[in-house]
Design a protein around this ligand. Structure first.
Ligand code: SAM
Length: 225
């Protein structure tokens, strides 16, 4: 099954916290915390773009903190899931776009552009970050997550997680994982500034994700213009 069909299949259970997406829901709590801790005050005046928003887990979780939140995803079924969820939750300051992010054409800029669980799914991370930069407002911030390209991440996120059903089979391609050093090189080439790297660990035994000094598996970054 290719990635697009996999995500369409997963759309049915996207918000089921006991499904094979439970780790995504667990890790989402740390993403929300990371964004809110690092974004300063007056968020009610600010806008956020959630790139590759999937079924809207992050979009819906942060929407109330911002003036306006936009989610964009290439997958029609996932955008439908996002729209339904936002409606059910009574959230009104959020919109969704169903489009390939690389073709997203808008006059808007955003105070925050989020790239969670997408860098390790694209062949050209430089192009992704360049596009994100082009959509940033003057003092804008990019937040991203990535899976490190290490032996331990391969064992944990592919061999164990996929084979034990903790995450769906075929979710990840080790060749697309990036080390923080590789991303830092791209960030420098784009004249962006890496402000923070935060390790994140996930314990499948209790389904709890937490911040960690260890970046060898999952990590977040805060990047400014
Ligand atoms: C692993 S899911 C992550 C979903 C969401 N970011 C989250 O973490 O809750 C990856 C998502 O990237 C989307 N995607 C992949 N390539 C894309 C592109 N070029 N433009 C927009 N969305 C894309 C897929 O449709 C899928 O929803």
């Amino acid at each position: 099954m290719n990635q697009s069909s996999l995500f369409s299949e997963l759309s049915k259970n996207w918000w089921n916290k006991n499904s094979s997406l439970k780790s995504l829901h667990a890790i989402n709590k740390t993403r929300v915390e990371y964004i809110l801790i690092n974004s300063g005050k007056l968020l009610k005046n600010k806008t956020l773009l959630d790139v590759a928003c999937g079924g809207g887990i992050l979009t819906a979780s942060v929407a109330n903190a911002f003036r306006h939140t936009t989610g964009i995803d290439i997958n029609e079924k996932l955008i439908a899931v996002s729209k339904n969820k936002i409606k059910d939750m009574g959230i009104e300051n959020t919109s969704f776009v169903c489009e390939d992010f690389f073709n997203f054409d808008t006059d808007e800029t955003y105070d925050f552009v989020c790239l969670f669980e997408i860098i390790e799914h694209v062949a050209n991370p430089m192009k992704l970050l360049e596009k994100a930069k082009s959509l940033l407002s003057k003092n804008g911030v990019i937040y991203l997550s990535c899976i490190n390209k290490t032996f331990i991440s391969k064992i944990l996120t592919i061999h164990l997680a996929e084979n034990l059903g903790i995450i769906p089979k075929g979710t990840h391609d080790f060749n697309l994982y990036k080390t923080p050093h590789e991303l830092k090189k791209i960030i420098d080439q784009l004249n962006l500034n890496l402000k923070d790297i935060q390790g994140v660990k996930y314990n499948p035994l209790n389904n709890i994700a937490s911040f960690s000094d260890d970046t060898s598996v999952n990590y977040f970054m805060k990047i400014t213009k």
